[in-house]
Design a protein around this ligand. Structure first.
Ligand code: 5MM
Length: 348
């Protein structure tokens, strides 16, 4: 393991004013996104969509530090034959790869899931390194049960432990292959739970995660955390203010994440575009923490571009404008320099 090289990549991934584009939707997930714009989920459409993103110059050059790719995408080329890897590198961004193989029910723990993909991971990582990947991503999914459910409430201690253990094993294998691991324990934000409950579960999960990373010999200097923000479930009646979200998220991170970690790149998790930008901005306006706080958004970076595109070549420019805009706004948020006025003005 070359720790200096891993640290260098991790620092570049959270460079000020930049963040990560999560374009690693599996074929099923991209199908759901395409269904929302009545576009067929075939290889040509997936290629055209992602080529449009990777060729958006201002966004890619100025606001995207790295792109998380899916297995199909890291092997794919643009229409003119240029490998996607090269398009990304030419924009000064780092190619990354999703290596988890999705979730399956966790035996013995009804209502909980475990992420698959450890078998054969050493060999897959070696191949992905050859294909140009310098960081990877593994997502664990933690779901909070309904507040009225007392028997079998989730997540259980065992469920958290199983998922964070897998994240630790994945991260150690990545570093052995000189690939920076993004560790993503996502507490889902659907549901009725309160912000207090999300706070409690996020704290337990991150505590367990950093214990696992320590016990499995993972070097934190070469690791990036991709967590959820501390929010209430979407169906909860009492929604916290942006100040409360920012303060609780910073508190949980300070209580659990060692300062050796170079950066925290949040997932958007179903937040509205502007909401995800605004919450990140608020945290950076408050400041006073040892790590860089930035974005690793999928939907919150892509959604407006997807709707502008509608699966049609004639909407290419409109889609690039929309992607540029969201990337620029999130770039500002990563510096604590965003405002709703700038967002509306530049959008217009
Ligand atoms: C982009 O979507 C990623 C892959 O999801 P699937 O394995 O379900 O296809 C996903 O892991 C994503 O990187 C994170 O959830 C963050 O994306 P959002 O949209 O929540 O910012």
């Amino acid at each position: 393991m070359d720790l200096a090289a891993l640290h260098d990549i991790a620092v570049r991934m959270v460079e000020p004013g930049k963040g990560i584009l999560a374009a690693d939707e599996s074929t099923g997930t991209i199908g759901k996104r395409f269904a929302s714009i009545n576009t067929e989920n075939n290889e040509t459409n997936r290629r055209d969509w992602r080529e449009m993103l990777f060729r958006t110059e201002t966004a890619m050059n100025d606001h995207i530090s790295g792109v998380i790719l899916y297995d199909e995408t890291i092997r794919q080329s643009a229409k003119d034959g240029t490998p996607f890897r090269k398009l990304i590198e030419d924009a000064g961004a780092i190619p990354g790869i999703k290596v988890d193989m999705g979730i399956t029910p966790l035996a013995g723990r009804p209502g909980e899931t475990i992420t698959q993909g450890l078998d054969g991971l050493r060999e897959r990582l070696a191949e992905y390194y050859e294909l140009g990947a310098r960081f990877a991503k593994w997502r664990a999914v933690i779901e909070i049960s309904h507040p009225d459910q007392y028997v079998g409430m989730t997540p259980s201690r065992g469920g958290i432990k199983a998922n964070t253990h897998a994240l630790g094993r994945y991260a150690a294998l990545c570093q052995e292959a000189n690939i920076v691991p993004i560790v993503e324990p996502e507490i889902l934000m659907g549901g009725y739970h309160s912000v207090e409950r999300c706070h409690e579960v996020t704290e337990k999960t991150l505590n367990s995660l950093f214990t696992e990373l320590y016990e499995q010999g993972v070097a934190l200097e070469g690791t990036i955390l991709k967590p959820n923000m501390v929010v209430a479930g979407k169906k909860c009646k009492d929604q916290p203010s942006r100040e409360e979200i920012a303060e609780r998220t910073i508190k949980v991170l300070k209580d659990t994440v060692p300062s050796a970690v170079p950066g925290v790149a949040f997932l958007s998790g179903g937040q509205e575009n502007e909401e995800a930008t605004r919450n990140l901005d608020m945290m950076n306006k408050i400041g006073g923490f040892p790590w860089k706080l930035t974005y690793s958004y999928g939907r919150a970076l892509q959604q407006s571009a997807l709707f502008a595109w509608q699966g049609k070549a004639e909407n290419y420019d409109a889609a690039q404008l929309a992607f540029n805009h969201r990337a620029k706004m999130n770039g500002l948020a990563s510096l604590g320099e965003w405002s709703a006025d700038i967002d509306a003005e530049v959008d217009a």
